[in-house]
Design a binder for this molecule. Structure first.
Ligand SMILES: NC(=O)C1=CN([C@@H]2O[C@H](COP(=O)(O)OP(=O)(O)OC[C@H]3O[C@@H](n4cnc5c(N)ncnc54)[C@H](O)[C@@H]3O)[C@@H](O)[C@H]2O)C=CC1
Length: 479
């Protein structure tokens, strides 16, 4: 298997070889090296930001409808090539092809399509002031840096590029060092769709390359998808230059299931909330609060459904559960499972697995204080917690520093809305979980982040207002 790209980086409309350290890419299923990349050197990071700053001027001067057309064309190209792109995504991430065909590039195409359409609708305000008046112009920020996590590499690249480019910004994107391939394809596709050279650039590298991007003098904004500790470092570094930030960080989200819920739907949602993409999803509902009366029935239905899951070769269209992205991440997840057992939680399904695979794992009889219930694991590990009353479960659900997402399952819709109003989470679902259509704002509160991706809300995070006061008469100076 070979997924070697033309070159490691993409700068000024061209593939460019990196001049930094070696960056091998491994197929998580076999451990085989499928591409040998190189990181960007410091000089290449600076070059990418400079090129972006120059290209941004021309791009911002284009009519928004023309910019939108480029993004729409890119969306169409992605959809035409979805099969080939999804295969590459599976090689890069190890996620089952049945997932990547529908959830990765397709979601990226939806973002390009959505923001392509929105570009021309963004207008300012006219503010009457009597004789005088004022108006506002929504202007691009300039050069935006995007830094991605490894779980949805191509989707993350598109979710950041689409609103940034729609508003007339340029972008330098650094994918995760674990999954560097998809962003290079996006760069090629955007050029093919008519994007001027230099408006979207890709540099590769580990954390130090990301850190160099954040403080480059050309950079006006940083959008990061990653863990809370990285977010804290990036936010602090961005603050020195008063740069804008969007932070899409981790979570330990509650999924609350009341005893009047449709149990089959609730079990299905708990599965989607914990095991899709082998559990490597930031918004996962990993603390599943189940009302005491239905706890046994819930666990029985859940374990029966998990017993039927097909685990294996991610390129096999029948496979439903693939490997973990890297041996290091698998080791971290295994340590969390072992700690859970040592702390006294009851393992009712799964376990540490073997090699690259960790099966869907479920713990019962856990307490809120166990690390299983406090720490983000970012793997296929569900912790179920029993509760009795609404008041109690709200308090326990909110007793975390995270605030990315939350879900409520109940047939009592008054209760559902009452609960949601009090849950400290940026993205909530009622009788659903983990659905993130582009039309809907997505993001977290508390430690889980700042700003929102997707929807019209993202426009504000990739632009700034200029206010213009227009004097229509004489100037009355006091002396
Ligand atoms: N809220 C959201 O939308 C999502 C959040 N995540 C979160 O991402 C995490 C998993 O992804 P990882 O790749 O392990 O996260 P990570 O925080 O280790 O790395 C994220 C990115 O930041 C870069 N980076 C690391 N140190 C840096 C520094 N000092 N300056 C600039 N860039 C730096 C990395 O190279 C990588 O590209 C989880 O916590 C997960 O919850 C993942 C997907 C979506």
């Amino acid at each position: 298997m070979n997924a070697q790209p033309a070159a490691s980086l993409f700068i000024n409309g061209q593939p460019v070889e990196g001049q930094g350290d070696a960056l091998p890419v491994f197929y998580p299923y076999t451990g085989q090296e499928i591409a040998s990349l190189r990181e960007a050197s410091g000089a290449q990071v600076a070059e990418a930001c400079k090129v972006a700053a120059e290209a941004q001027v021309e791009w911002a001067a284009m009519a928004p409808v023309e910019r939108g057309r480029v993004l729409s064309r890119a969306a169409a190209i992605i959809r035409e090539r979805n099969e080939e792109l999804s295969r590459l995504e599976t090689l890069d991430t190890g996620k089952p092809i049945q997932e990547t065909l529908v959830a990765d590039w397709e979601s990226g195409a939806a973002a390009l399509e959505y923001f392509g359409g929105l570009a021309a609708t963004v207008t300012g305000q006219m503010i009457p002031l009597g004789r005088d008046w004022a108006y506002t112009i929504r202007e691009p920020l300039g050069v935006c840096v995007g830094i991605g996590a490894w779980n949805y590499p191509s989707q993350i690249a598109c979710w950041k590029a689409a609103p940034a480019l729609a508003m007339g910004n340029a972008m330098v994107f650094k994918p995760s060092e674990e999954t560097p391939l998809g962003a290079l394809k996006l760069a090629e596709i955007l050029i093919e769709a008519g994007l001027p050279a230099g408006v979207f650039n890709v540099v590769q590298g580990r954390g130090a390359v990301g850190a160099a991007l954040v403080t480059d003098p050309h950079v006006a904004k940083v959008s990061l998808t990653g863990s809370v500790p990285t977010g804290q470092k990036v936010y602090a570094a961005a603050a020195a230059g008063m740069r804008h930030v969007t932070m899409e960080l981790g979570g330990k989200s509650p999924l609350i299931i009341f005893d009047d819920a449709n149990l089959d739907d609730a079990v299905g949602a708990a599965i989607l909330a914990n095991f899709y993409s082998s559990g490597q999803i930031c918004s996962n509902g990993t603390r599943v609060f189940v009302q005491s009366g239905i706890r046994d029935a819930f666990l029985e239905k859940l374990t029966a459904r998990l017993a039927a899951i097909r685990i294996g070769d991610p390129l096999d269209p029948d496979t439903q559960h693939g490997p973990i992205v890297s041996p290091a991440q698998a080791a971290r997840i295994r340590a969390a499972i072992t700690a859970g057992e040592q702390e006294g939680a009851r393992l009712v399904a799964g376990g540490v697995g073997e090699g690259a695979f960790i099966p869907p794992t479920v713990f019962a009889d856990a307490t809120d204080q166990m690390t299983l219930a406090t720490d983000e694991i970012f793997g296929p590990v569900m912790t179920t917690l029993a509760f009795d009353t609404e008041e109690e479960v709200i308090r326990r659900a909110n007793a975390t520093g995270f605030g990315l997402a939350a879900g409520v399952f109940t047939q009592d819709l008054t209760r559902a809305h009452r609960m949601i109003a009090r849950l400290e989470a940026g993205t909530c679902w009622i009788n659903a979980y983990n659905l993130t259509p582009v039309e809907m704002p997505f993001g977290g509160v508390k430690l889980s982040g700042i700003g929102r991706e997707n929807s019209a809300a993202a426009i504000e995070h990739y632009s700034q207002l200029k206010t213009v006061y227009v004097g229509m008469g004489g100037v009355d100076a006091p002396y």
